[in-house]
Each structure stands twice: as structure tokens, then as C-alpha cells.
Design a protein around this ligand. Structure first.
Ligand code: SAH
Length: 269
């Protein structure tokens, strides 16, 4: 039971929208504020990557409104979702917009917040643990380590037109940070790896692909930039990719895998 008064949690007021991150998968990674929001919301507008057990934390009677692909029909467009949030708020609902990971890390939370601001709807942003941080932690890969990197680049491997994001300056990215974390990259990983190697990154540099990170089905494949095409083909979505020397720490820090026969199952702790 959350003591909202003790923790100073804000009231969820009617007519407000909270843009909330649900974390990467493991329900235990939900924030207290996110749980509090679930207990107060009238409507929860949620995306495909949100675990059903998290939705079961919603107040009894709350409307659960799926905003992803349904029964082969295409997902609602972003303007449609934003308009729906505005309409629900104007109808006096407490609207919880629940997204996987962090709402504002490759999650269009910024676009939705802009639409709410333009419509004069009051909103709050509740950050979540993004897959590129939580997923690495569950793979035993520190995002930074003083021996390897003092910078990280987070990027998407999927341009808005569906191709490799050509707007990115790949040579600059290759030189910019020793550790690269790629979202939505599985499809274009072989061509991204080629661009990075052409820009000077070593073929031998380690790469980890973390599939279904922090869930009971988490799988991690470790390979190298030069061999990545083979590894990428074997991995299920969603997956996060990390390139850089930090990947080697997993040999020692794979705490999920170290937990015995069911060790690969974070939910069984
Ligand atoms: N807002 C989300 C990202 C949404 S984009 C966040 O902050 O995490 C969707 C991409 O996120 C996926 O293609 C994948 O690259 C990554 N992702 C989300 N959940 C994941 C998970 N449990 N395991 C691995 N990758 C995940």
C-alpha cells in the first residue's frame, strides 16, 4: 500500500493527462508515482509493450483503452491518439497515457505533450526506466564504466520512413561515444554495423542484443560488430542493441544468468 501523503504524491485531478512510463517489462520496475497514477485514473490509454499485469493494477472500473494495433487493423495514427487524450481530458476524465519504457525516449511522449499543451490541457510527465538503461542492467552490462566510457549515445535504428535513419551523421556517431545503444535497430543492424565499421569502429568490438529485456523471456546474444548480421537474425523483438567495450563486463556481471536453472527468468526471483 502506497502512503501518498507520506510520500507527497500529487492528486490525479479530473481533466488532467499523465504521460507515464511503465518501464521496459518487469512490473517491479514501475515507479511509485506510476502505480499511484494507475490507482487514480479513469481511463488508461496504453501501448502494446505494456505488461498485462501492470494494467491489472488499474483502479477497478477504470477503462482500459488499447492504442496499438488491433486484430490486423493498423494502429491509430499519432494525431488520433493525441486527439483522443484531449477529448477525454475535456470530458473531465483523469487520463493515464501509459507507454513502455520512458514516454519521452523514442516514445512520442513529446509529441503528445505538445498536443496537450496546444489544446490547453494540463498534464504531467512521469518518467519510466527506458529499455536502453533497464535492459542493460538486466543483462549485466553497465551503461558507463570509468575504464571504458564517459559518454553514451542513444539512437534509433529505424528512420521515420522505415529505412536506416539517413539523417544521422554516422561517421560522427562512430567517433562520438565509445558506447552506442540502439533502439528499434534489429531490422537494419547489418547495414548500421557496416556504416560504423566504414567510419572506423573495429570489427572485433563487442555487441550485445538484448531481447525482451527484463521479462521472463529475456535473451541476450553477444557477438561482434563484424559478425552481427548472423546474431541479429536469431533474435526476437523487441530488442535493444549495445555496442562497445562495456559489453565485456557481462562475462562477470550476468546476475540474471547466475541465478541457477531458472536464472534466466527475472520474474522468478
Ligand atoms: N519508450 C521506450 C522505447 C519505445 S521504442 C523506452 O523508453 O524504452 C521501441 C523500442 O524500444 C523497441 O524496438 C526496442 O528497441 C526497445 N524496447 C522496448 N522494450 C524493450 C524490451 N523489453 N526489451 C528490449 N528492447 C525493448
Amino acid at each position: 500500500m502506497i502512503d501518498s501523503a507520506l510520500l507527497g504524491l500529487p492528486d490525479f485531478e479530473p481533466g488532467h493527462v499523465w504521460l507515464v512510463g511503465a518501464g521496459p517489462g518487469d512490473p517491479g520496475l514501475l515507479s511509485v508515482l506510476a502505480l499511484h497514477a494507475l490507482g487514480g485514473a479513469d481511463v488508461v490509454v496504453y501501448d502494446a509493450l505494456v505488461d498485462p499485469r501492470i494494467l491489472r493494477q488499474a483502479r477497478p472500473g477504470a477503462v482500459l483503452d488499447f492504442a496499438g494495433k488491433r486484430g490486423g487493423r493498423p494502429s491509430p495514427s499519432q494525431p488520433d491518439i493525441s486527439a483522443r487524450l484531449v477529448d477525454l481530458a475535456r470530458a473531465g476524465k483523469r487520463v493515464l497515457r501509459l507507454k513502455g519504457g520512458d514516454p519521452c525516449v523514442f516514445g512520442r511522449g513529446g509529441e503528445e505533450a505538445l498536443a496537450l499543451a496546444a489544446a490547453g490541457v494540463r498534464f504531467r510527465i512521469v518518467p519510466g526506466i527506458t529499455a536502453g538503461i533497464g535492459g542493460l542492467a538486466y543483462a549485466g552490462i553497465p551503461l558507463t564504466h570509468r575504464d571504458t566510457n564517459s559518454a553514451v549515445t542513444l539512437l534509433t535504428g529505424h528512420g521515420s520512413d522505415g529505412g536506416v535513419p539517413d539523417g544521422l551523421d554516422w561517421p560522427a556517431i562512430a567517433r562520438g561515444a565509445p558506447v552506442l545503444v540502439l533502439y528499434m535497430a534489429s531490422r537494419h543492424l547489418p547495414s548500421i554495423a557496416k556504416r560504423l565499421m566504414a567510419a572506423g569502429r573495429s570489427r572485433a568490438e563487442p555487441v550485445a542484443i538484448i531481447s525482451k529485456a527484463t521479462t521472463a523471456e529475456q535473451r541476450v546474444v553477444v557477438s561482434s560488430l563484424g559478425e552481427i548480421a548472423v546474431a541479429a537474425a536469431a533474435v526476437e523483438a523487441p530488442s535493444i542493441v549495445v555496442i562497445g567495450e562495456v559489453v565485456r563486463f557481462r562475462e562477470t556481471l550476468d546476475w540474471v544468468g547466475a541465478r541457477g536453472p531458472r536464472g534466466e527468468d527475472p520474474a522468478s526471483i
